[in-house]
Design a protein around this ligand. Structure first.
Ligand SMILES: NC(=O)c1ccc[n+]([C@@H]2O[C@H](COP(=O)([O-])OP(=O)(O)OC[C@H]3O[C@@H](n4cnc5c(N)ncnc54)[C@H](O)[C@@H]3O)[C@@H](O)[C@H]2O)c1
Length: 296
């Protein structure tokens, strides 16, 4: 069990949407919360609301793509709240532009925020959690990471979000002796600021702010036409419940289980069927005859 009450928690991207919901719920459940965001005014509003509701919270500026910025945010969080044992690496951004039309800077931005942002945040807070012999990192991936065919026109985003899942699952093995756990949260449609503010705060080195994308999903895309967008305050308790129980994944749309089966049971199983058929006809590859597991 990972206790929430009484712990210090950090939420990146805590100024809006899912992060705002997580920060508020952490405050309600008795955690001391650092609301970290590249949009500091939004983080300040969220922290103020938590304090008004009787909780303890600070707002801290950070750009998750910058290690120096993340490390400064970590130091400020620890100074304000004490050792941090709950980390929600949640900041993210996306693009609705086809890959071949994206600029190099845009591709770099999406991968840096979503993948390296989680890596940077994790690495900044890990030593403290290991020292405390306990903690939990919950990274916000996406259904577009678990099932990269789920959302069209999201190539760098899907790659980064799938990378988060690999990172969290592999890290879980490394951290087991230290009592630190990991969770990949895969939202499947949460009403948030992503549509309105996506790109508006893109840092200068990734091309600076870009016009707000007007189209979320194409009119011909039937995948999402009936998708319900849940409220951040309704999904946050589901996420914290999974963290409390040290679950490796947390989902928020029960009906999407069907898509998981379609992707991994139908597609991946069919590819294994192909391999079985190939080997039945052609035989199984021989092991390296020298017995060495590396070939020079
Ligand atoms: N809303 C959904 O349906 C959905 C679905 C799947 C995954 N997600 C993921 O959920 C997470 C939260 O997104 P959201 O939907 O709440 O959107 P949002 O735009 O409301 O919130 C994202 C927050 O991240 C912050 N941020 C962006 N870049 C940053 C940076 N470099 N450094 C620090 N903060 C930064 C933004 O300022 C913003 O406050 C993201 O990782 C997103 O990819 C959302």
């Amino acid at each position: 069990m990972t206790e929430i009450a009484g712990k210090a928690a950090v939420v990146t991207g805590g100024g809006s949407g899912i992060g705002m919901g997580l920060a508020g719920e952490l405050g309600r459940q008795g955690a001391r919360v650092a609301v970290a965001d590249i949009q500091i005014a939004k983080a300040e509003a969220v922290a103020a609301a938590i304090r008004e509701a009787g909780g303890q919270a600070v707002a801290l500026p950070c750009d998750v793509t910058e290690r120096t910025s993340i490390n400064a945010m970590r130091d400020a969080a620890i100074a304000a709240l004490g050792p941090v044992q709950l980390v929600f690496a949640n900041a993210g951004a996306t693009s609705f532009t086809p890959l071949i039309e994206m600029s190099d800077a845009d591709v770099d931005w999406i991968v840096q925020v979503n993948l390296m942002g989680v890596m940077n945040t994790t690495r900044a807070f890990l030593p403290g959690m290991i020292e405390a012999a306990g903690g939990h990192i919950c990274a916000t991936s996406s259904m577009a990471g678990l099932l990269p065919g789920w959302m069209p026109v999201h190539v760098p985003y899907s790659a980064a979000k799938m990378g988060i899942i690999g990172m969290m699952m592999n890290l879980a093995i490394e951290l087991k002796p230290h009592g630190v756990f990991t969770t990949s949260y895969c939202p499947g449609g949460v009403a948030s600021g992503m549509k309105a503010n996506n790109g508006a705060y893109r840092p200068e080195r990734f091309g600076g702010p870009e016009p707000v994308a007007e189209v979320q999903f194409s009119g011909t895309d039937k995948t999402h036409s009936s998708m319900a967008f849940y409220r951040p305050e309704d999904v946050a308790p589901i996420v914290l419940n999974a963290v409390r129980n040290n679950r490796p994944f947390v989902f928020d749309h029960a009906e999407q289980r069907r898509l998981f089966a379609e992707t991994y049971v139908s597609v991946v199983e069919a590819c294994y069927d192909d391999l079985d058929a190939w080997q039945a006809e052609n035989g199984v590859p021989q092991g390296n005859p020298t017995g060495a597991d590396l070939i020079d």
